[in-house]
Design a binder for this molecule. Structure first.
Ligand code: URA
Length: 209
């Protein structure tokens, strides 16, 4: 089995486990789809949002509505599209009326997000908004650390976490919009650094971020 097929099988198993372990039955009952993720499962970069909204629930794919369109635009500013990255959420079912996910819901889904990252093995994790940031960088404020990379130990691997504002927040706040554009430029440099690092490791030299 190829590496990609193995990852795909792991991801299918995680989805099946969410269903068979009856995670967040109140959300599941109301949801049309379990929204696992979209994009390239071999990507070095994973984006993590909050929870599906109406369009995501209906399509089964994350970031398909207005915030998703804006995220696609931001990706395009740094010459990326959704097929270059993987996109998911911390909570995989739509909360009713798009309310904020509850702590209990985020906690219930966290182990499955950990398994998803374990399957995909990214180098860089971009958190979109505070709901996913707080699990990787606890007790931090997005206003203080947005756009700044942090190295964390995640299981057996080192991950670079880049916390960004949620695109939905920037959509309705012009000031945040330019901040997000600047932060995407920083992100582009971080992604390039990791690409070069991979090459450097291949050729026997290693620099740090
Ligand atoms: N907002 C999110 O956080 N995730 C989505 O999938 C859509 C909107």
């Amino acid at each position: 089995m190829s590496m990609t097929n193995r990852k795909q099988a792991f991801l299918e198993q995680i989805k099946a486990d969410i269903v068979s372990n009856n995670i967040c039955p109140d959300l599941a009952r109301e949801a049309t789809n379990l929204v696992m993720g979209d994009g390239n499962i071999d990507a070095d970069v994973v984006f993590i949002g909050e929870a599906p909204g109406k369009k995501e629930d209906l399509s089964g794919l994350p970031f398909m509505g207005a915030a998703g369109k804006f995220l696609n635009e931001m990706l395009a500013t740094i010459d990326l599209d959704r097929s270059d990255v993987y996109i998911t959420n911390i909570v995989k079912y739509r909360p009713p009326n798009n309310r904020d996910p509850k702590i209990s819901e985020k906690e219930a889904f966290w182990p499955y997000l950990v398994r998803q990252l374990d399957a995909i093995q990214p180098r860089v994790v971009v958190t979109l908004g505070r709901h996913s940031m707080e699990y990787f960088l606890p007790n931090q404020k997005i206003g203080d650390i947005h756009g700044q990379p942090s190295q964390i130990k995640f299981g057996e691997t080192e991950l670079t976490i880049v916390p960004l504002y949620h695109p939905a927040a920037a959509l309705y706040n012009g000031g945040l919009r330019s901040t997000l554009v600047e932060d995407f430029n920083k992100l582009s440099k971080i992604i390039d650094f990791h690409k070069n690092e991979k090459e450097n490791i291949k050729y026997g030299s290693k620099k740090t971020l």
